[in-house]
Design a protein around this ligand. Structure first.
Ligand code: PEP
Ligand code: MG
Length: 615
């Protein structure tokens, strides 16, 4: 499921991969990356292609060159997608590889100096057609010529015509940012299988209908994973070869905690799956009883457990989980799956809904963090850079984009300031590397507050706190300098690990290197935490580490007393907090921080025992 500008290969055209599959009909277990715990038993629903029909469009003479440029960009993106698909062939059975490799080569040839592209460019110039219209017309005219040829090999002709249409569809999708797959018609209780889901795709899933999700691509802390956890859908990502093996309608058992999916399970596996499903429900009921109990250590230290919110649909879950406020409201949802931008009023309505639902608990609103693998259609035209650049994660992401387009930041600040009268809010700045960025954001913040006051709009005398995400090595190492400009810190361990280790958080191929427990990441976290604590400035962890109960002793030992996580993780984390003693945690953290080998740190974390457990 892709929209434009991704360089990853999107789902293959259905006709491209009619797969022999590993011994069809037999039970087949595949492992992936565990992303959201829970058991799903149900039929596979592999997502289907959406026909790409771009509306016909004409252009002016003045637009010809730009249109040819758009076509060239789409060609280059399509080539990259196909090259990546080719590298993926190795996971397929040999027969499938033999069949597909020449086909992919043919597609790549059609993206060279081909009749299709020459014809499309000519149509742009001579007929003043938009690139997607020109490509569609030219492909249809070539396909008609092929089909009209005098040749007895009718299936061969149809295949060749199909290939031309297929490459035209790919170009059209890349020209129009049309999603590659449709989620419509997913039957209730199904396990959704896709080659890849974007965070925006995941946001559209209905957790009451979908039993589980499994995809070929993706990593544990990518935004798609975060979204799936937020929705509480049992999920595994990075299941290499899955869509080659799974067929729509196959029964499957998915275990989101172990990261396994068993296709066409036999009776024994089914029995085990049913037992695991019942055990999971029982444990959930047990954890629900913790809701009203405080998150307090055995020696009386209170720990604040807050929720991360990705979409408003999670609000009831947050209430059920017993969160003490929202430690990270990712506002990207406001910009997803829409054509236009949400204005100040629309944002105000959304923030009001959240604040009211939280009934007086603190809400930390992070301003838009566009960029990296978050692809938002609302931003892809007009606002976001037309080019995401060679390395989007290092480009105009987060606060960088907002400072370049201050009108976006102003609208967001204004909406937050207006809602601040209704309850305690804080504002969080994403992707900061330099104290000057915080200063610049604060200048805009204060200017917006003055403007609102001038207009007679009530704004609190003391403006809501303005905090900084510590999620780049630069910010962590300059935390003492940044702390002087900030009111609080929230440590974003997802990006911190990604940027420190130079490992894309959503990339399956390098997921084995993505490790938040790497000593380099932990040292940065420690440095930033200490910088905040020295100034008695609030500091929290809001990356995915915060929701892992096994990591609570280490985080408390490092001095963290506020954790913000996906709501469904709160009960387990609370259970962990309530079994810990702060002095034990501090000793443990010192021991961990002495280690230089990540594997040893994992071992220590895995084997940590509370005082009570040691007896
Ligand atoms: C992080 O990077 O750890 C974080 C919390 O922000 P996001 O996951 O939204 O990038
Ligand atoms: Mg981040």
């Amino acid at each position: 499921m892709k929209t434009e500008r991704s360089e990853k290969p999107e789902a293959r055209p259905a006709e491209l991969l009619r797969k022999p599959g590993p011994r069809r009909g037999r039970e087949h277990a595949i492992r992936g990356i565990p992303v959201c715990p829970g058991i799903a038993i149900g039929p596979i629903f592999d997502t289907t292609e959406v026909p790409t029909e771009a509306p016909r469009r004409s252009i002016d003479t003045a637009q010809v060159e730009a249109e040819k440029g758009r076509l060239a960009e789409a060609v280059s993106l399509s080539r990259k997608q196909l090259a990546k698909l080719k590298t993926r062939l190795s996971v397929l059975p040999e027969e499938a590889q033999e069949e597909l490799a020449p086909l992919l080569d043919a597609y790549v040839l059609m993206l060279g100096n081909s009749r299709l592209l020459r014809g499309a460019r000519k149509r742009i110039e001579a007929e003043l057609l938009a690139a997607e219209t020109a490509v569609g017309d030219e492909a249809e005219s070539i396909a008609a010529l092929i089909l009209a040829a005098r040749d007895d090999d009718k299936p061969g002709l149809q295949r060749r015509a199909g290939e031309v249409r297929e490459i035209a569809r790919r170009l059209t999708r890349n020209l129009t940012s049309t999603p590659f797959r449709s989620l419509k018609g997913v039957p209730e209780g199904a396990i959704l299988v896709a080659e890849e889901l974007t965070p925006a795709d995941a946001a559209l899933l209905d957790p009451t209908r979908i039993a589980g999700v499994a995809t070929d691509e993706g990593g544990a802390d990518g935004h798609t994973a975060i979204m799936l956890r937020a929705l509480g859908i049992p999920a595994i990502l990075g299941v290499t070869g899955l869509s080659e093996s799974a067929e729509r309608g196959d029964l499957a058992v998915l275990d989101g905690a172990t990261g396994t999916i068993v296709l066409r399970p036999g009776e024994k596996t089914m029995e085990k799956g049913r037992a695991a499903l019942a055990a999971f429900a029982k444990e959930r009921a047990k954890l629900a009883k913790l809701r009203r109990l405080p998150a307090i250590t055995t020696d009386g230290e209170l720990v604040e457990l807050q929720a991360n919110l990705e979409i408003p649909a999670e609000l009831p879950l947050i209430a059920q989980a017993g969160a003490q406020g929202i430690g990270l409201l990712r506002t990207e949802f406001l910009f997803m799956n829409r054509e236009d931008l949400p204005d100040e009023e629309a944002q105000l309505a959304a923030y009001t809904q959240v604040l009211e639902a939280m009934g007086g608990d603190q809400v930390t609103i992070r301003v838009l963090d566009w960029g990296g693998e978050k692809d938002m259609q609302a931003l892809s035209e007009g606002v976001a850079p037309t080019h995401s650049g060679p390395n989007p994660a290092l480009g105009l992401r987060g606060l960088r984009l907002l400072l370049k387009r201050p009108e976006l930041l102003e609208a967001q600040f204004a909406a937050i300031l207006r809602v601040a009268e209704r309850g305690p809010v804080r504002i969080l700045l994403p992707m900061v590397t330099n104290p000057s960025e915080v200063k610049a954001a604060r200048d805009i913040y204060e200017k917006v507050a003055r403007r609102l006051r001038r207009k007679g709009i009530a704004v609190p005398d003391k403006l809501p706190d303005l905090g900084v995400m510590i999620e780049t090595p630069g910010a962590a190492l300059a935390a003492d300098a940044i702390a002087l400009e900030a009111d609080f810190f929230a440590i974003g361990t997802n990006d911190l690990a990604m940027y420190t280790l130079a490992v894309d958080r959503a990339e399956t191929e390098v997921s084995h290197l993505y490790d938040s427990l790497h000593p380099a990441v932990l040292r940065l976290m420690q440095f930033a935490t200490e910088a905040a604590l020295r100034l008695r400035m609030p500091v929290s962890v809001c990356g995915e580490m915060a929701g892992n109960p096994r990591l609570v002793p280490l985080l408390l030992g490092l001095g963290i007393r506020c954790l913000s996580m996906n709501a469904s993780a709160i009960p387990r984390v609370k259970q962990a907090v309530r079994a810990l003693d702060i002095a034990d945690c501090a000793r443990f953290a010192r021991r961990v921080m002495e280690q230089s080998d990540p594997a040893r740190i994992h071992e220590l974390v895995l084997n940590f025992e509370t005082g009570a457990e040691k007896g």
